[in-house]
Write a protein that binds this ligand. Structure first.
Ligand code: DGJ
Length: 722
């Protein structure tokens, strides 16, 4: 619900348990008033502290700069005296500075689309659009806030319109800024690397700013476009949490800093480095959405809010709530060494075991036999697939399986026919040879003809055979971001235009092939972000499928993403990323906290492993509806205790739960683990491994899990209401 109190000039957004409040202050400055636990009154303008600020601009212009230096501006601009982190930097005629004041607002039910950008959607929400203006620049800023009524989330975005007569240069357009009271916050973020994505880390917030960022042209393995401010000692069940998550797949920054007067400014948006957007008179620029989530009950509640929001208000695919086919991917089975016979031998054995889809990964096109050629030449290599693609697909389908295929549409290999014809299609700086990564270059997505070529190449393959699934990969970050197509004063737009190009292509793809199951991927999980979820209902989480490393990767990923979107496979051992050997059963149990599939040569794995596959698939299918739609609770963390991991999914009606327990290290001569379940109904009686307990006892007395024999052991424990 959103209300405006005419008397107090207070705009108040309410979700079921949180409030976000803004106020119109002196000189029509829009101030931030409050964000946190739900408030029941609008008499709140005193929280902007204007009374205690002697420098009221309308009375005392002499100290306007001093006023800017302390006022909690809702959307602060740089250049005129607010020396904290700004949200907007505009340059006009070479001079940098803007001053925005409130003009009007409009409250309506529902939510508008963000043209060309991913965004949350749905009916259970209200939106307020607040128009601010700088009448010297002729600049309008429309701040949009959506309050959801079924979940404690607020979506924010910004649109800028040049209503003047001169071009404006946008040098920084962040999507959110919140001036908060200092609650001695800690800063929780997700860091990583290839094969080690999204590990959780917490540091204190201080006067030296703390930030996360990407300058790689994608959200990246290294940092994630998410942070949470948590009060000290915050746990899964206690403490206040403010989550900030950016619905965007390119360069980002998120920054938090205490200031001289004892408040904290938190911002998030497109990274201003390598960014300048020229806004001609009459043009608009839309900045992507940030999702704010407040929890007064610890991290667990924040997690479940993001899960519900993304399942109900972000993912659009018709596959969203459907069970996805259990797939087998040939990447770790063959890498580039395969032909149609090899793929069919895998498919035959896989279909016998109950696997439902074969995915042909990298290496089926051009003359690609390693990662050094052919990106851009999206024609089937008939030396490998002898009867052509359609023939292979039909043979796979005769086995009762679906067929999926891999692409890396944003790239070009110097050793390709495409590069011979169009070397200028690769991003590069004038007079400088562009740097290779994985021996490839990035296509210039600011060129309309490149987007057209890429789309038609992918679509032609999809039109040529019965293909049910596409894995869209991206194996190197952007660099040398120069375009021979764009004029000099638009070179600063390339990183953002690349992301917009990816969105445009994926939008076209899901429109032309509405039933296609699209999985995004980027060298594992380097573009695992809410932006991509708008187009694909699942994303490959990591190239690391080792069951132990995955516990930490999946813990960080599950912190904000529902399990139904997390690409997870069982692979062979020794694991290709870590060399670790874990039991096949454990690998299966860990992969069941995701989309579940296989990535191994099923014709070569030990017989006893192969024999487990039908049972694993049956278990996965049995619990799929629960895991896909249930409430997730983190019960213990191997990252913290270095011994075992434990999480639980509870059905929305609280009648069924599944506990996953993974003992990474065996410990002799010690008590059984006591696990306190969560989210059950207190008075309901549940059956667990043949014994009966009330929900109250399982949650407060705890469940005893005896030690398992050996390292890397795992078990699933079903909890069923009787
Ligand atoms: C990186 C992906 O994460 C892998 O699964 C695989 O598709 C390779 N790229 C192929 O080049």
């Amino acid at each position: 619900m959103i209300t405006f109190d005419e008397k107090t000039k207070i705009l108040k957004l309410d979700t079921p348990e949180s409030s976000y409040v803004m106020g119109i202050a002196d000189n029509n400055y829009l101030g931030h008033v409050y964000y946190g636990k739900k408030l029941n009154d609008t008499n709140l303008s005193y929280l902007m502290r204007t009374e205690e600020n002697p420098f009221v601009p309308s009375e005392n212009l002499r100290e306007k700069v001093t006023f800017f230096d302390s006022f909690p501006m809702e959307y602060p601009c740089g250049g005129l005296g607010d020396y904290r982190e700004s949200a907007l930097l505009v340059s006009s005629g070479g001079q940098e500075g803007a001053e925005l004041s409130y003009v009007s607002h409009e409250i309506f039910s529902g939510k508008k689309e963000l043209k060309g950008l991913p965004a949350t959607w749905g009916d259970n929400c209200d939106t307020v659009e607040i128009t601010l203006e700088d009448n010297v620049l002729g600049l309008k800023a429309i701040l949009s806030y959506t309050a959801f009524s079924d979940t404690d989330a607020i979506a924010r975005s910004v649109k800028l319109v040049n209503e003047g007569s001169e071009p404006l240069y946008l040098k920084k357009v962040l999507s959110a800024c919140v001036d908060m009271d200092d609650k001695d916050f800690e800063f929780l973020s997700l860091f990583g690397s290839w094969a080690r994505e999204r590990h959780m880390e917490t540091v204190p917030v201080g006067h030296a700013g703390t930030y996360i960022e990407s300058l790689r042209g994608e959200s990246g393995h290294q940092e994630h476009p998410f942070f949470a401010l948590t009060t000290k000692g915050c746990s899964q069940t206690n403490g206040e949490v403010y989550g900030f998550h950016f619905v965007y797949s390119g360069n980002f920054v998120g920054k938090v800093q205490k200031n001289q007067f004892g408040s904290v400014r938190a911002v998030m948006g497109i990274h201003p480095e390598h960014f300048t957007w020229k806004l001609e008179p009459g043009e608009e620029f839309a900045a992507p959405e940030v999702i704010l989530v407040y929890s007064g009950e610890g991290l667990g509640k924040m997690t479940r809010t993001y899960h519900d929001l993304y399942r109900n208000h972000l993912i659009r695919s018709p596959w969203k709530d459907k069970k996805r086919p259990v797939l087998i991917n040939n990447w770790e089975a063959t890498y580039f060494e395969f032909d149609d016979e090899k793929l069919l031998s895998i498919a035959k054995e896989a279909s016998k075991a109950g696997i439902e889809m074969l995915v042909m990964d990298d290496g089926w096109f051009g003359h690609r036999n390693s990662d050094n050629s052919s990106l851009g030449d999206w024609q089937v290599n008939e030396n490998k697939l002898k009867g052509g693609l359609e023939n292979l697909v039909e043979h796979v389908r005769e086995l009762g399986m679906e067929f999926g295929i891999w692409f890396e549409p944003e790239m070009i290999s110097p050793d390709s026919e495409l590069y011979c014809k169009h070397p200028e299609w690769a991003l590069q700086f004038k007079g400088r040879a562009p740097g290779l990564a994985r021996e490839q270059l990035v296509l210039d997505f600011s060129r309309p003809e490149v987007l057209e070529y890429v789309y038609e190449s992918v679509a032609a393959i999809l039109r040529s055979a019965h293909i049910s699934y596409v894995k869209w990969d991206m194996n190197r970050p952007l660099a040398d971001a120069g375009s021979s197509y764009l004029p000099e004063d638009r070179q600063g737009e390339i990183y953002h235009r690349h992301v917009l190009g990816v969105y445009e292509l994926q939008e076209r793809l899901v429109r032309e092939f509405p039933n296609l199951l699209l999985e995004n991927c980027s060298g594992g999980g380097a573009r695992f972000d809410p932006g991509m979820l708008y187009y694909s209902p699942q994303i490959w989480c990591s190239d690391d499928t080792d069951a132990v490393e995955r516990l930490m990767i999946q813990e960080g990923t599950q912190l904000i993403y529902p399990l139904s979107v997390i690409g997870a496979h069982v692979s062979d051992c020794p694991n290709h990323a870590t060399g670790r050997v874990t039991p096949f059963e454990t690998r299966g149990i860990v992969a069941m906290a995701g989309t579940f599939g296989y990535e191994l040569d099923i014709t070569k794995i030990p017989q006893e492993d192969r024999e487990q596959i039908p049972g694993q698939i049956e278990t996965f299918k049995k619990y799929y509806p629960l895991v896909n739609a249930g409430d997730y609770y983190r019960l213990a963390s191997y990252r913290e205790n270095h011994i075992y991991d434990c999480y639980q999914v509870v059905s929305k009606d609280k009648k069924q739960a599944l506990v996953t327990f993974v003992q990474v290290m065996a410990e002799p001569n010690i008590h059984s683990r006591k696990i306190y379940l969560q989210g059950l109904s207190e008075d309901t009686v549940y059956e667990v491994e043949g014994k009966r307990y009330t929900g109250n006892v399982l949650m407060h007395g705890g469940l005893l899990i005896p030690g398992l024999w050996g390292d890397y052991q795992a078990k699933l424990i079903e909890v069923l209401a009787v």
